[in-house]
Design a protein around this ligand. Sequence first.
Ligand code: 5GP
Length: 129
Amino acid sequence: MASIFTKIINGEIPCYKVAEDEKHLAFLDINPNAKGHTLCIPKQEIDKIFDMDKESYLELMAFSYKVAQALEKVIPCKRIGMSVIGLEVPHTHVHLIPLQEMNDIRFEKKTQLTAEEFKETAEKIASLL
Ligand code: 5GP
């Protein structure tokens, strides 16, 4: 069965898109740790990041790098944190999280955003990519 992220790639489930290229998609996390929390995914559905071939892994990192640079310009923060977990969604994704404090990377503190805030944030990041 297709992962929820493959359904997002295929447009079956909506997302607040930040960036896309031939092999990757970046979109806002629907239950963000902090405003701007973005997920970068390969379009190829692979569960575990270290099961990717090395070239695809490095391409995902290069894509995430570009998104992180734009994210840091848009969201006031001390730095962009990066995390890979995958215990909830078995489709490789890189979490990029604007950090003010350690708790922002802990997946316990969540931020509520309105649809308008999601839309505006995604558009601002996308405008730099
Ligand atoms: P992980 O698999 O790394 O533990 O976490 C999966 C992440 O994907 C979570 O932060 C969760 O909020 C996010 N997520 C799960 N389902 C969706 C969805 O349908 N849309 C979006 N934008 N994010 C999702």
